[in-house]
Ligand binder design. Sequence first.
Ligand SMILES: [Zn+2]
Length: 74
Amino acid sequence: MLARVVTEQYCSVHQLLFVSSLQEWLAFSPAQIAQTFGDAMPVVEAACPRCLAMTQHALHRQFPALYAPSSRSC
Ligand SMILES: [Zn+2]
């Protein structure tokens, strides 16, 4: 069996690393990642929850009609 190499997801915009063993986004600078996991740790650029919130916010602003409440709650 090959050694299991986990490619972690990293948001360089917010400097958040998704730690798959914890299933959580933690604040990590690139230097901290190198210190903690070693330079060789593979990371891929990913959208963190903050990115998604920002995207959603931008969409709300650009297309308010899509998100406007169409009816009052039942
Ligand atoms: Zn982000």
